[in-house]
Design a protein around this ligand. Structure first.
Ligand code: GUN
Length: 289
């Protein structure tokens, strides 16, 4: 039977350390970190994530500022909001929740966030530093995956890590992290145009899926005794209904018996993303002291 790599106890440990550090800093500086979250439109998954981020802020002692804008918000309005948050000394972190409604230029808006406050680590400056192995704020989901691997003592040195998905949020930064000397992994990134996909994924000592397709990774795609990390959080209609359930990219029931360890969905990578957001916000705050 595979080991279940639960994320929530790890995230809880990390958040406890952050809470203590913030309490210490509050006593010594009379200041606490602040995180501004911008949500445009009414995407239910994004609304749920923003709710979880707000709850985590309250648990660790970060002040959260919510900016909820209608889907009709213009790029100029968003630019002006980001500009004012960049100037606001009570805001140490700014998070623009993705995806944005159609018509808004994600890349250009993300670049408006001051790198000092870019707790998502999406700014080209951070991505560049990450690739160069220099200090940077790291994108929260891949950072969380790396911390999860470390916590469970999963060896990465010389191992073949196959990453499914090449997004700017997960796949690309994750590959950039795992090839650094800290991890020394050999990384292959696969995507929607990869030929002979199963042949490649079967070679992964560690297979990490971040493609957002429910039950995509099946038993025939994984190596015997592999470590499987499921980054997917897909909302699918519950059967029987009503409502939705969350499922990963991995067809858990068929894959679990074949592998040595696997993350569940939910309670796997998801809580780690939020813990790393708290960590980045604390880091950005400490830089201002
Ligand atoms: N949407 C899905 N994941 C993320 C994330 O890590 N950050 C932001 N800003 N939006 C997201």
């Amino acid at each position: 039977m595979a080991i279940t790599l639960l994320g929530h106890p790890v995230a809880h440990d990390i958040q406890e350390k952050i809470r203590h550090r913030i309490e210490f800093l509050r006593k010594n500086t009379q200041r606490v970190p602040g995180l501004a979250v911008i949500l445009v439109g009414e995407n239910p998954a994004s609304q749920a994530y923003v709710g979880m981020k707000k709850k985590a802020c309250a648990a660790v002692g970060i002040t959260s500022f919510e900016h909820l804008l209608p889907s009709t918000a213009t790029e100029i309005e968003l630019e002006s909001l980001i500009h004012s948050l960049n100037q606001d000394p009570s805001v140490n972190g700014i998070l623009l929740q993705l995806p944005l409604p159609k018509g808004l230029n994600e890349a250009s808006l993300l670049q408006r966030i001051s790198p000092d406050k870019d707790v998502d680590g999406f700014h080209p400056l951070h991505i560049g530093n990450l690739l160069l192995g220099l200090p940077s704020l790291k994108p929260c989901t891949p950072y969380g995956v790396c911390e999860l691997l470390k916590y469970y003592n999963i060896p990465t040195q010389g191992k073949h890590v196959v990453v499914l998905g090449r997004s700017n949020i997960v796949g690309k930064p994750l590959a950039a992290m795992l090839i650094q000397r800290e991890f020394n992994a050999t990384v292959t990134i696969c995507h929607s145009h990869t030929e002979n996909l199963a042949e490649i994924t079967q070679q992964g000592d560690i297979l990490i899926s971040a493609i957002g397709k429910p039950h995509f990774v099946t038993e025939d795609m994984v190596k015997d005794r592999a470590i499987v990390i499921d980054v997917g959080i897909n909302r699918v209609p519950a059967t029987p209904g009503p409502g939705f359930i969350l499922v990963g990219d991995v067809d858990y029931d068929s894959v679990e018996p074949k592998v040595s360890a696997i993350t569940p969905v939910p309670k796997g990578v998801g809580p780690m993303t939020i813990a790393m957001l708290m960590k980045n916000t604390l880091t950005a705050f400490e830089e201002t002291l």
